[in-house]
Design a binder for this molecule. Structure first.
Ligand code: GLV
Ligand code: MN
Ligand code: MN
Length: 412
């Protein structure tokens, strides 16, 4: 059998999913545990049930779809990604890996192919971490790296908790069986960066993921009137944050080209133009592929915060919200993907992912790797995010090849 999925069906479904939470600039807004996220899952489950699969959710709402194998006691094959999006997200980040996974199941169904081992297609809860600030939250709970109570207590900007939303949507099931074994796990995704397009390549065979840490920086000053209070008589968190941003960018530049620093989610309290803020918070996302360098950047960032705040006269607190160490994927799974790509005759290279993925937590427990396809100008986390139907078809066909290789397939 040639490993080719049905590109038309996959594209139709990608476009149908993009209608849910569609934004005015052509993207999608289906933030984790929102009504739109639920509507996306409902659409997906209609296809899943029509494809003869069963499904269940675990305690954090991760959705596991099963295509039974001949022997369901065998270690299964895990594929999938996430359906939640950034607030101004694109149409492919995560969705492509889920619908590409479903396309693998549909293709096996169409061709009457049964596998010995079952295939589990997963939709992880809150991969993005933008509404509830914990990236890859569902897979972290599943992998035992985030306590369920801590996850349920995470709140969004309106004070609504993950637990409340899980209960409202009826998503919380029984805890996943942590002893279940998987023969291999594969996450299909868009690259979200510029490398494949720049090198005119069709597939990225992903060998690992760079590490990242998310922090909340909280500066506390003294709220005083913006008019009468002389500049030298203020304890102004905004002055502190300005210095911190400048110095952290300069520090991170010393570790170029692989280092990254992103400041976002700035909030001042009180929200007033003519009062020096009493408190100012923002997020920082620091990344590097090497753990020792990330440690060094972490230490230097903390020194910068402490010295700037001392000089400006404000108090500081740093909260570590997420710590995702660099990941090296299983050699076996990387080889399986490489063989599938080679068999299809697609141009490719091996690469490390710049973005975090649920595959990072999966890889802690089971042999895992990822498949990337290029995206237009490497743009992602943006409504303009785009891939072509042909690119979508290529990546999902590679996923099919990888699944078939690991599943010991046979025609029924
Ligand atoms: C995942 O979306 C990440 O932040 O890398
Ligand atoms: Mn993603
Ligand atoms: Mn994302």
């Amino acid at each position: 059998m040639e490993d080719r999925i049905d590109g038309d069906r996959l594209w139709r479904r990608l476009m149908a999913m993009a209608e849910i939470g569609a934004t005015s600039r052509g993207g999608s807004d289906r933030q984790a545990l929102s009504d739109e996220d639920a509507a996306g899952r409902a659409l997906f489950l209609g296809w899943v049930e029509a494809a003869g699969c069963t499904w269940e959710t675990d305690e954090i709402g991760n959705l596991f779809v099963r295509r039974p194998g001949r022997d369901n006691s065998l270690p299964s094959i895990l594929i999938g990604s996430h359906l939640d999006t950034q607030p101004t997200g694109g149409r492919f980040d995560g969705v492509y890996g889920v619908l590409g996974g479903l396309e693998v199941i549909e293709t096996l169904n169409d061709r009457g192919i049964r596998t010995d081992a079952p295939i589990d297609l997963v939709v992880w809860t809150n991969e993005e971490g933008s509404r509830f600030r914990y990236s890859m939250m569902g897979s972290a709970v599943w992998a035992g790296k985030l306590d369920i109570d801590t996850a349920r207590d995470l709140v969004d900007g309106d004070g609504i908790s993950v637990g409340e939303e899980l209960d409202r949507l009826g998503w919380a099931g029984k805890p996943a069986d942590s002893n279940r074994s998987y023969a291999g796990a594969f996450e299909l995704h868009i690259e979200q960066g510029p490398i494949l397009e720049a090198e005119n390549l069709e597939i990225g065979v992903v060998t690992g993921v760079q590490g990242f840490r998310w922090y909340t920086i909280c500066l506390k000053g003294n709220p005083v009137h913006a008019g009468p209070t002389p500049m030298n008589a203020r304890n102004d968190p905004a002055r502190g944050i300005g210095e911190i941003v400048t110095q952290v960018y300069a520090m991170v530049a010393e570790y170029a080209p692989s280092s990254r620093a992103t400041f976002a989610q700035f909030v001042s309290m009180p929200i007033s133009p003519n009062t020096v803020p009493e408190e100012l918070r923002c997020s920082l996302d620091l990344r590097h592929p090497e753990r020792s360098t990330l440690d060094e950047m972490d230490e230097r960032f903390r020194q910068i915060v402490s010295s700037v705040c001392g000089a400006v006269g404000v108090e500081s607190e740093i909260i570590l919200d997420n710590n995702s160490p660099p990941v090296v994927f299983s050699r076996k799974c990387v080889e399986v993907v490489q063989e599938a790509v080679t068999q299809l005759g697609l141009s490719n290279r091996q690469m490390v992912s710049g973005a975090g993925h649920d595959a990072c937590y999966v890889a802690l427990k089971h042999p895992t790797s990822m498949i990337f396809v290029p995206c237009d100008q490497g743009i992602s986390h943006n409504e303009a995010e785009n891939i072509s139907q042909e690119q979508a078809e290529h990546g999902a066909s590679v996923l099919l090849g990888a699944v078939r290789r690991i599943a010991k397939t046979a025609t029924a």
